[in-house]
Write a protein of this length. Structure first.
Length: 197
């Protein structure tokens, strides 16, 4: 037996690859279950499934309807945080989302990407950290290795490829600084998430 690059495998490598493949299939099946669960219009039921899946989410936080995941056990979400509908959260490397953070609808957060310069088209993993009181606008994309610091704002549709400093407002493709937020003492609460969402 050979791997995808044509290298002959030893019996122990075949067993290891078989076990990895079975684990991957089981994870993919569970991700499909989570996709179905993501459309149950009751926050508590969805949250219980997410907790069982390994997502570390505070009870005061909410993930709205239609979310998708990779490796949920790599995801941590703090207190009073709201994740909008149809977001994608990648846990293949650590994804940490802070307290009082508002992530709008259809935001995509990736912490793995293909290395287009690698002859094997391998992966580049990079943890993503989103600090407290951050707002990320609809359809923004956050790429691997990025930290978005406290109180920062990412505009709708932005593609964030590098760290966003505290209190700055970034937008565009690739995202860059637009302005500075006019407050720096953050103490607000996001409040109740919408029912049936």
């Amino acid at each position: 037996m050979q791997d995808r690059s044509g290298k002959t495998l030893t019996p122990s490598q075949i067993i290891e690859k078989s076990i990895n493949r079975l684990n991957t299939i089981m994870l993919e099946f569970w991700l499909m279950i989570l996709r179905f669960v993501g459309y149950i219009p009751i926050h508590t039921i969805r949250k219980l499934f997410y907790l069982v899946s390994g997502i570390k989410i505070a009870w005061s936080s909410t993930i709205h309807i239609g979310a998708n995941f990779f490796n949920p056990d790599g995801i941590t979400i703090g207190q009073d945080t709201i994740i909008g509908d149809h977001c994608f959260l990648d846990g293949r490397a650590p994804l940490s989302i802070g307290n009082h953070t508002d992530i709008a609808s259809q935001v995509l957060i990736y912490n793995d990407e293909h290395n287009v310069h690698d002859p094997d088209f391998g992966n580049n993993f990079g943890a993503v950290t989103i600090k407290d009181y951050v707002f990320i606008g609809p359809r923004a994309i956050i790429l691997p290795g990025v930290t978005i610091h406290k109180g920062a704002v990412v505009a709708a549709g932005a593609v964030v490829t590098k760290d966003v400093p505290a209190g700055e407002v970034w937008g565009g493709v690739p995202a860059k600084k637009i302005t500075q937020r006019k407050i720096d003492d953050y103490h607000y609460q996001l409040g109740r998430a919408m029912w049936f969402q």
